[in-house]
Design a protein around this ligand. Sequence first.
Ligand code: 5GP
Length: 182
Amino acid sequence: MATGKQHYSYNHIHNLIAHSVPEFAHAPDVLVAISGGGLIPARILRTLLKKRFGVTVPIRVVGLQLYDDDAEEISAEGVKRTQWPSAHEWGLSIKNALIVDEVDDTRTTLQYAYEHLRKDLAQDVTISVFVVHDKKKKKRGELPSDVRYIAAAHVDDLWIAYPWDAIDIDDHEKRAAEQGLA
Ligand code: 5GP
């Protein structure tokens, strides 16, 4: 089994998301991007959903933080809410909301996002989840069994280096190519 960081290129991630689009039967009414990792995947998904369904889905941003960015470890405080729309800002016409994040690791963040969104939205709103990467591991968080969950890829439990976190993008893309992830 490979060890160390897995470097994924922008193209690789874009193509993973593109390959997931046929799994959507319809466009959601809103994309709920978990900041910061879900921002770029949500934006890519919006373009691809527009191509497929002909609608531009609005993106709302929620800020949740679990990991200390440098330590690559779970912070003692657990999930921190850094940004969250007030209940009335979600709008009344939403019937389907899609939570978007880059990676489902322990699932703690997704559980938190789902539960808090569930409280804010009307009970008849369907909430689904999309992630670029699902790490194959035992999860600490849980989602209700009827929640539609789409992962663009199911991957080994290794640290993933995303291109939007790179300081030197050329070096990042070079590593991605070396790892066969370009
Ligand atoms: P979870 O709550 O599922 O344990 O973690 C979710 C968050 O942890 C993600 O949104 C992401 O910010 C961070 N995270 C977990 N694993 C990785 C990883 O392999 N690479 C990066 N860059 N972030 C990760």
